[in-house]
Write a protein that binds this ligand. Structure first.
Ligand code: ATP
Length: 233
């Protein structure tokens, strides 16, 4: 069966600097795949290539066995590290607008947005501007913007940064729900404990290079936890 996402020896340079060197990985349908690494390891660059925002210098990225095409914009969702929402625009206006850009009707987007606001127990945020919300709640709105159009592949860059433990648990539960519904998720973090609960397979990057890769249970059998953490912090 073709896989939702395959990276084959993907390389990205910025001038002399190699941001990502020959990363290869495969994400299954209904899998949360963990991309671990310290700041500057190459996680964001990898994700931006998957999203088609920047192009690899070499290697291939395949989506269901095919190269990038514009229709993928409708099938992918992105939660960037900096959330990517306009502070002065109302939650409903911008999330519905983003969903429409990705091919969803306004009425369906509105229904899905209300579902998620209820799910997070904040229906009153519908009419609030992003800048009126706390950092953690802005993060939740970023999450909704990434999934409101029901993408098949979601790219989450440091999705839990700036969240308190209660909200981390809430988002973890929703990420697992998406997985159980068959969504594939590429999930980056520098925190080992976040992938331990969510991910079956991981890649650990260190200064652009893949240093460990595979099934997390197998990796934990082979390497002490401290060694894995050392590579990611
Ligand atoms: P962080 O969590 O800090 O974003 P990261 O693992 O996501 O870390 P990247 O942002 O992918 O890492 O960066 C990898 C390397 O590439 C870093 O050394 C970074 O400075 C460099 N880099 C990233 N984007 C650019 C760019 N547009 N121009 C030049 N260098 C870049």
């Amino acid at each position: 069966m073709t896989k939702p996402l395959v990276l084959e020896q993907v390389v990205k340079q910025f001038g002399e600097k190699t941001a990502v060197s020959e990363i290869s990985l495969q994400v299954e349908q209904g899998e949360i795949y963990g991309l671990l690494g310290a700041n500057g390891a190459g996680k964001t660059t990898t994700m931006r290539m998957v999203l088609g925002l920047i192009y690899p210098d070499s290697g291939r990225i395949l989506y269901n066995g095919k190269p990038y095409g514009n229709e993928l914009q409708h099938q992918m969702g992105y939660l960037p590290e900096e959330r990517g929402l306009y502070p002065k625009v109302k939650v409903s206006d911008q999330i519905i607008y983003l969903a429409r850009l990705r091919g969803m009707s306004a009425s369906e987007a509105d229904k899905n947005l209300k579902y998620w606001l209820d799910r997070f127990e904040v229906p009153e945020y519908y009419d609030k501007k992003i800048e009126e919300l706390s950092k953690g709640n802005q993060q939740k709105m970023g999450f909704i913007a990434a999934v409101v159009h029901k993408p098949k592949l979601v790219i989450m860059d440091e999705a839990f940064s700036g969240l308190d433990p209660v909200n981390v648990e809430l988002l973890k539960a929703t990420v697992k729900e998406l997985r159980d519904e068959g969504t594939s998720i590429l999930f980056s973090t520098h925190r080992m404990e976040h992938v331990e609960e969510l991910c079956r397979n991981i890649t650990i990057l260190d200064r652009s290079k893949t240093v460990l890769q595979g099934n997390l249970t197998e990796i934990k059998k082979r390497y002490p936890r401290e060694e894995i953490i050392l590579n990611t912090s």
